[in-house]
Design a protein around this ligand. Structure first.
Ligand code: KG4
Ligand code: ZN
Length: 341
């Protein structure tokens, strides 16, 4: 076909991802993760992540090409996450992408990590309905976005005012003695617990808070409430019902996320809600969004869990949209920008 072959590189956090797409057909999604090296620290250590990216970069590119059955010189464009993320980690991906683009004589496209979390859905569910409302929930971000054009016109309607949703999952998991990253462990543990066992607070949902923060999130109060509850249990000498705490906590997070996302979509008259980012892998969030949205006539799109967490395919997917819409390439001076909006 004459659709462009795009290679995407992702190194904003602890996953070294290399994806290859033709148009919006996924050909390869190779990934190497340094997550095990961070686990004993209870969080991602930037220097450890950067070094791991450096070691994994070339083998991961080779693995992706092998899977896709292509040679590097077949590639039409190189896309790379140039922010937001960990500065040192981003630098490794950006340097790799520049080297490839320059040596192959192919255009280079810097892409926004968060927009890539939205664009990835096209690989699974076809062209993105635009405008759509995106709920982006990851370890570093929790935002409600109005996506008019995923390659450039994205407006933030709201965001977390403290912890990100994934961060809350990770911190509560730690409190419960579950391994890092905690999101998947809470998800699994919650399956055998009761979501109504404990009534944890829903941040920024009081009438007063809604006046100023209708589309914003807050999870630090919830995290503190869980910590207090667990401490009280431990003081009383009774065992902590981990599954019940996990299920009740997860319910509180998902309830607020879904409620505000649907409110935002309705208020904008948008009928398509897209959920992306690592926390979109959460089974309760997916089920709850589906259930409540259908009652309002809103369609929900969520990529399969493996495409929700960080990967290279999402970068290639957004790169492909950028190429397809004829946007100009980035210069070879493309900076890594850890605080890209
Ligand atoms: O998007 P992502 O892979 O990396 C960032 O850009 O931050 O998101 C990682 C976050 C972590 O906080 C992790 O605990 C969370 O996504 N996560 C989950 C699940 N899978 C990953 N949270 C809840 N339930 C899950 N199943
Ligand atoms: Zn991410």
């Amino acid at each position: 076909t004459d659709e462009p072959l795009v290679l995407g590189i992702e190194t904003s956090c602890d996953e070294t991802g290399v994806g290859i797409v033709r148009g919006h057909t996924l050909l390869a999604d190779a990934i190497a993760s340094s997550v095990d090296e961070h686990a004993r620290f209870g969080g991602v250590v930037p220097e450890v992540a950067s070094r791991a990216h450096l070691e994994a970069m070339v083998p991961t590119i080779e693995r992706a090409c092998e899977t896709a059955g292509i040679a590097l010189h077949d590639v039409d464009a190189i896309a790379v996450t140039n922010g937001p993320g960990l500065a040192g980690a981003l630098l490794v991906g950006v340097a790799a992408a520049k080297s490839l683009a320059f040596s192959l004589g192919k255009p280079l496209y810097g892409v926004n990590h968060l927009a890539a979390h939205v664009a990835v859905d096209q690989l699974e569910h076809g062209p993105l309905p635009e405008p759509c409302l995106a709920l982006l929930v990851s370890g570093g971000h929790s935002s409600l976005l109005r996506v008019t054009d995923v390659t450039g016109d994205i407006e933030a309607m709201g965001a977390t005012i403290d912890d990100a949703a994934g961060e809350a999952f990770d911190k509560v998991a730690r409190l419960l003695g579950l391994p890092f990253p905690g999101g998947p462990h809470i998800d699994r543990s919650a399956a055998s617990g009761s979501s109504v066992a404990i009534d944890f607070p829903r941040g920024l949902t009081s009438r007063r808070d809604l006046e100023r923060h209708r589309f914003d999130f807050s999870f630090s109060g919830l995290k503190t409430a869980v910590a207090r509850w667990v401490e009280a249990r431990e003081r009383s000498g009774e065992p902590v019902p981990v599954a019940d705490v996990a299920a009740s906590f997860q319910e509180a997070v998902c309830d607020v996320l879904v409620r505000k996302a649907l409110d935002a979509a309705s208020s904008e008259g948008i009928e398509d809600l897209l959920i992306g980012g690592g926390v979109a892998a959460n089974s309760r969030l997916r089920a709850m969004a589906e259930e409540r949205a259908s009652a309002l006539g809103i369609r929900v799109r969520v990529p399969r869990p493996g495409l929700c967490t960080d990967n290279g395919a999402m970068v290639a997917a957004l790169g492909s949209s950028i190429v397809g819409r004829g946007r100009p390439p980035s210069s070879y001076d493309l900076p890594a920008d850890s605080s890209l909006p």
